[in-house]
Design a protein around this ligand. Sequence first.
Ligand code: SF4
Length: 377
Amino acid sequence: MTRKADSAIRLLHGTDGHKMARTLLEAQDAARLVPSGAPVALKPNLVVARPASGGATTHPEIVAGAIEYLLDAGVAARDITIMEGAWVGDSTRRAFEYCGYAALARRYGVGLVDLKGDETRAVDTPVGMIQVCVRALEAGFLLNLPVLKGHCQTVMTCALKNLKGCLPDSEKRRFHTMGLHRPIAALAAVLRPALTLVDSLCGDPGFEEGGDPEVTNRMYIGEDPVALDVFGCDLLGIGPEEVPYIGMAAVLGVGSATLDEGDVLEIGPDGKPLEAAEIRAGQSTTRRRHADWRTLHPDLRIEEDQACSACTASLAHALEKLAREGVDLSALPTIRIGQGFAGHTPEGGIGIGRCAGGIGCPPSADSVEALLRKGMA
Ligand code: SF4
């Protein structure tokens, strides 16, 4: 069954993120979704303080295009706020400066809010109460601006998972103790962006913090975050069943996990549908390259218990580097990682991050690499 027209996904290829953002928002007639005088929240992905060219963060020119579209549609600059909370262990303010968002806010006179310092409110969700940042909850129009990329724990991240940046750090950590997928789906059931504009210009298909981007020169837009994530999986060459939170969100009524032929419409630079260019489900354009160290290194003895993404990514990076050097990883003693070890890490082995008896919260990939080398010596 084809979804209603306003749930369609519009796809646009190109290299000018600024123009593409405007074209997609116009094609979607986004202005109709903005209540008059309501606070407008723009939620990019600034998980780390790294430039968008590295494949982790939303290109600021896309957000600039969105702001200009909104201003042209009559939204007052004072009502627009860019908001984000970087991942545990990184500074959002540093990301705002480094990624060009502080300059963007100054140029257009819009607000810039580090959600790590925002007030929170407990919201009843299908997995219990979750503390959510008030600014995100109170937005009259929430425009989600994720990057399509890989993730070392959830395989991929895009529309649904980008909302995790609207949580205080304490809740981000707690999500990992809850298994990550269920709370991500539950959050999407209570925090619903009106629209999601996906930056897929050059996301890193392996890691959420970037470093190995793949230029794909495309962006897409839609109102259904579940359908958008299913399409994102397709583009990454991943089966949506490999990303449990997508199916869970569908069960909770967040959106449709079925992508039918004709649901994705490719448009041209003029915003009009391209003739005979309908994208069909099952058409993957990116080779799979997510970094799952469990699959890549089955001989490793890794005990994981509620590890945060930042810790996991540092371990994955360090292991990948050693593997590239031809180091025999099976010589490593047992590696422990995660909040579940806090206060009672067993003797022996290598502990990654403060929780598991190591150093740093989160530890850097370099420090983990040094630890692993020492552990093998
Ligand atoms: S040490 Fe790692 S697992 Fe523990 S809280 Fe910090 S980032 Fe999370």
